[in-house]
Ligand binder design. Sequence first.
Ligand SMILES: [Zn+2]
Length: 489
Amino acid sequence: MADDKKLTPRAKDFSAWYNEVVLKSEMADYSPVKGCMVIRPNGYGIWERMQRALDDMFKATGHQNAYFPLFIPESFLHKEKEHVEGFAHEFAVVTHGGGKKLEEPLVVRPTSETIIYSMFAKWVQSYRDLPLLINQWANVVRWEMRTRLFLRTTEFLWQEGHTAHATHDEAEAETRQMLGIYRDFMEGYIAMPVITGRKTDSEKFAGALRTYACEAMMQDNKALQAGTSHNLGQNFSKAFELKFQSEAGTEEFAWNTSWGVSTRMVGGLVMTHGDDAGLRVPPLLAPIELVIVPIYRSDEERTLVLEAADNLAKSLRAWDRREASRLRIHIDRRDGMKPGAKYYEWELRGIPLRLELGPRDIAANQGVLVRRDTKEKRSVSLESLGEDVADTLSAMQRDMLAAALERREANSVRTPISYDAFKELMAGKGGFVYAGWCGDAACEARVKEETRATIRCLPDEEFRSAVAPTTCLRCGKASTDEALWAKAY
Ligand SMILES: [Zn+2]
């Protein structure tokens, strides 16, 4: 292979490796508009599978999809004070339309709380109209100065769930439920383990009462906030007069939640599983699960092998025991390209399984099956290939999660650590550090200034250390909370 095809090793420059994987595997490309990206079929196929799985999970919990406009009257954004302060510096604003100056400028949505709750206010009158459980799949725009493919782009794709409830407790239960769904999806589909917990006030969503997040560790030991779920309290319902008549006949403001995940998860997938040969896509999210590479030397052999490959693909699809989704198979028919070059390309693209099939294999009713995650190669019988492929894909899905979990735990510190040792760790290899926090935002801010590490979350019970920390990581005062500290994307 030509050297320009080789990727920079992760250990040498993780960030360069990341960009090269995304570009060379043809997941995305830079666009003529700075900060925006083009998502190519190899990347979009993964996003589509993410969407499909999440959408089913949302619907199974009673949510319905709807669509709201891209433009929001500027005055709407100003109705909730914290919200506008949090987002104003990222607004893209339309001032002209149809050649005329608009009476009121329109903001291209950075998130849709304001326009959605203004509509909820029209639709909700009585407690009987609650809960209102809506999700929207959309694009949003936040004018970012420093962008990175999938991780931070000016325009990105996401889903935003918006709900209205009669009580605080119902809204809180919804907020937690959706965080749990995100976790199930990230672990079950992306094979990306996450720590869930609450954000500190300085890291919470602008306008929320409380924000919860899923935090994953990437291979450079930095954290990626992969999804958030907010209990918005009554902040937006008060700003938009979202009221209802209670069962007792009194007029009350509704309680809202919002929650979202985005194409950022695709970047998380790359940084969780990629290796020096390229991408490794967890089978459940792979647009192609099995690629068949025919091997031949003559036209005669070519006809024979392709025919066998076609028959094999047909019987595999028909056999598939997973009723709901047929095995996703591709036969690489490209002529004039050596099998080795094809292997290289499919490895770069992270396709979970490759079947190498030549004339001698066909005569013996066998093939060579190669796993992308472990690169394990073995001879397999074509007779029982369906069973074999299905079992191997399930094993890969499990093994990839287990490997990511093991890596995260190996790079997590749960024993008491001095602030000097912490600074040294953050300046070096980084990682997740569980340590005490005094609850003071100023102390949290100083840690960020001095180390670039932040409190990723105040972890949920199951992630907390067996022995709770007693003192704050930085100031040594009594600890009010155990915090997860790390540098983040
Ligand atoms: Zn402190």
